[in-house]
Design a protein around this ligand. Structure first.
Ligand code: PXL
Length: 274
């Protein structure tokens, strides 16, 4: 059984963060671990504003020590890190481990977060996390921030940004164009320092896509853990998340989540046990 770890925040509504990661790991058939950096809660009374409560770095370290007891971790993913102290603690720990595949999802803010953009988190992601990354998976907004290129609106901009992020130390970069690109396709741009490759899919018009970014990065992580070559892991992850977005579900009056079981037709599983 391949062991796979997510170092991420908890999304109390169950769709993004480590909840998305663990559900995705399960669908891929790998054994998931989670080390929690922060807890995100949402308040219906205030129009669904997000609040991020950070956990202390010492507690993150204890979780990492627990997760790494025993044989090796085939791959890991970082998501929302909460603050720069958590990034430093995780990087210091990971420097002493041998993990072949590290997927850095550079979560800087999530939709509706009041606490957008702690500048020290952005600095720590760039300085400490990207150099560890086998691959990083920014969305268009995160890409503009990491590459210091502001708003990106087309593939030429994305290529320039991919080069800049690659130069910050990530061995591979995949930028999720998503709906912000203004194309009628969902276009992701992959760069490995030598070649650009685009991955395209149908762009689904849906509001029920909370958790798509985390799910994509988790799918890449699980694919790499199972031994898929990089481009194949990215292509598989894109198929996995496309299915999850297509069958997104409204969870409450405020938010709709991607459905992690869609790719494996979990509907059949649900009907089987009654
Ligand atoms: O989608 C970004 C994200 C990442 N991690 C956690 C989140 C969110 C968005 O809500 O809650 C824990």
């Amino acid at each position: 059984m391949k062991k796979v770890l997510t170092i991420a925040g908890s999304d109390s509504t169950g769709g993004a963060g480590l909840e998305a990661d663990l559900k995705t790991f399960e669908e891929y058939g790998v054994f998931g671990f989670a080390s929690i950096t922060s807890i995100v809660t949402m308040d219906p009374k205030t129009g669904w504003s997000h609040e991020v409560t950070e956990l202390p770095a010492e507690l993150l370290l204890k979780q990492l020590i627990s997760a790494f007891a025993g044989s090796g971790m085939a791959a890991l993913k970082t998501g929302m890190m909460g603050n720069d102290a958590n990034i430093l603690a995780a990087v210091d720990f990971l420097d002493k481990q041998q993990v072949e595949n590290i997927v850095v999802d550079p979560v800087i803010a999530c939709k509706g977060t009041a606490q957008i953009l702690q500048p020290e988190v952005v600095t720590a992601i760039k300085k400490y996390l990207l150099p560890l990354a086998t691959i990083t998976t920014p969305n268009l907004v995160e890409t503009g921030i990491l590459a210091e290129l502001g708003d990106l609106t087309n593939l030429t901009d994305m290529k320039k940004a991919a080069r800049a992020i690659w130069q910050q130390g990530a061995k591979n970069v995949v930028i999720k164009g998503g709906h912000r690109l203004g194309s009628d396709k969902a276009i992701d741009l992959f760069y490995d320092g030598a070649e650009f490759v685009t991955f395209e899919n149908e762009l689904y018009q849906t509001d029920f896509n909370h958790g798509a970014g985390c799910t994509f990065a988790a799918a890449v992580t699980a694919g790499l853990a199972k031994g898929a070559p990089m481009r194949r892991a990215v292509a598989m992850a894109k198929q996995f998340v496309a299915a999850a977005i297509k069958e997104g579900v409204q969870i409450n009056p405020y938010v709709g989540h991607v459905w992690h079981g869609a790719y494996n037709k979990a509907q059949k599983r649900m009907e089987a046990i009654q």
